[in-house]
Design a protein around this ligand. Sequence first.
Ligand SMILES: NC(=O)c1ccc[n+]([C@@H]2O[C@H](COP(=O)([O-])OP(=O)(O)OC[C@H]3O[C@@H](n4cnc5c(N)ncnc54)[C@H](OP(=O)(O)O)[C@@H]3O)[C@@H](O)[C@H]2O)c1
Length: 435
Amino acid sequence: MSDPLRIALAGLGTVGTGVIELLETNRSTIERRAGRALQIVAVNARDRTRDRGVDLSPFAWVDDMQAMAARADVDVVLELVGGSDGPALTLARAALDEGKAFVTANKAMIAHHGLSLAEQAALRGVPLKFEAAVAGGIPVVKGLREGAAANRIERIYGILNGTCNYILSEMERTGADFDAMLAEAQAKGFAEADPTFDIEGVDAAHKLAILSAIGFGARVDFANVDATGIGEVRAADITQAGTLGYVVRLVGIASIDESDGTPALLQRVRPCLVARGHPLAAVTGPTNAVVAEGNFSGRLLFQGAGAGAGPTASAVVADLIDIARGDLGAPFSVPVEELETFPPADPGNRIGRDYIRFTVTDRPGVLAEITAAMRDAEVSIESLIQRGRDHEGGEVLVAMVTHEGPERCVTKALELLDGSPSLTAPPLVMPILKD
Ligand SMILES: NC(=O)c1ccc[n+]([C@@H]2O[C@H](COP(=O)([O-])OP(=O)(O)OC[C@H]3O[C@@H](n4cnc5c(N)ncnc54)[C@H](OP(=O)(O)O)[C@@H]3O)[C@@H](O)[C@H]2O)c1
């Protein structure tokens, strides 16, 4: 058997300690599959004194994280610290500069700096791997890079944030509103103390940018992911969607739009209505799921735990095993210099159906005003439901579903209604996911 693969591990939090535990528990299985031992030689975190529930005594403690990159006894630097910039990025650059393989679970860093890191890795001829950065334990990066490699990918979409999925599916189950379910998610450890990145769709946008790069051979373009989170979704929307046969899920969607003649990349994160029979509708709680549609494979569904110590460690160690086996594949499935630059697609080109919810004052003529705006913008209404008034003269919800049509018409209708004294809040638009 060859020499062990020697690993320097930065970050001993949820994922870092999960990796130590997994390497210990599955040592012989991993060794047989990798063809050599995977051996942590050095570790680092901020607080050396903290009891982390794992035995750190076999490893050298390194006080300066950045010093790990230059160690002669290290083949791979594993970054499990987090943050798009700061010490994680400095470590990544230093490690690749030293000609070390680099593995990370850091979606924020890969979404922002993945291209330049891939360029650096290519220059040095070393692997850069980030399976755990997208959908935690689900092997979707590998699935797209390898399993689906023979296909032209038509569309990629999925539930990419477990916190949002937990909140939405619990709102559906209990009938409670967003704030109550966010508080419950925090109490149960499914949401961070500061959940902004999750609920505003930024975390899902990071993952979508990485997935579309791999799926479409595109240069990572996080800046052009158009993300809306779930903060405006009300219990009443979920009830309304349910009446119509749908559930609400936060979905990241990426596709190539050729309707203007030049291929353009559409990347969006939106709360969407998902038909009850669709596989994503059955994905509840903190689970993630990704669908990739290949031109020969058809619909591929990847589903599993999107976070947590065990599942995320499983993805990280899969990358280490690949490196131990000598896999030098391009991080984004084609060599970084061959990744294509796509302009962002005009979302107005999208042909689809939408759920639109208005909150309006309870007075005569409001419905007529809304339907007139729809008519003038050429939006065809499939169904319209007015929810009973909360109290005399109070706020009323008007929800509608449109027939299939260009999204630019819906945008125009909302522009016509913008500033109307009849609306008590900006309307909420949720696309209906196409099968
Ligand atoms: N948690 C998940 O389920 C999950 C899933 C997928 C991907 N990820 C990604 O995996 C990475 C790690 O996540 P995590 O949940 O394991 O985070 P975590 O529990 O907060 O652990 C972070 C670790 O990094 C160390 N650290 C933070 N700042 C540091 C600094 N300036 N210098 C040295 N060490 C520093 C911390 O040290 P101390 O312990 O001493 O404070 C801690 O050990 C992140 O990129 C995250 O996005 C996590």
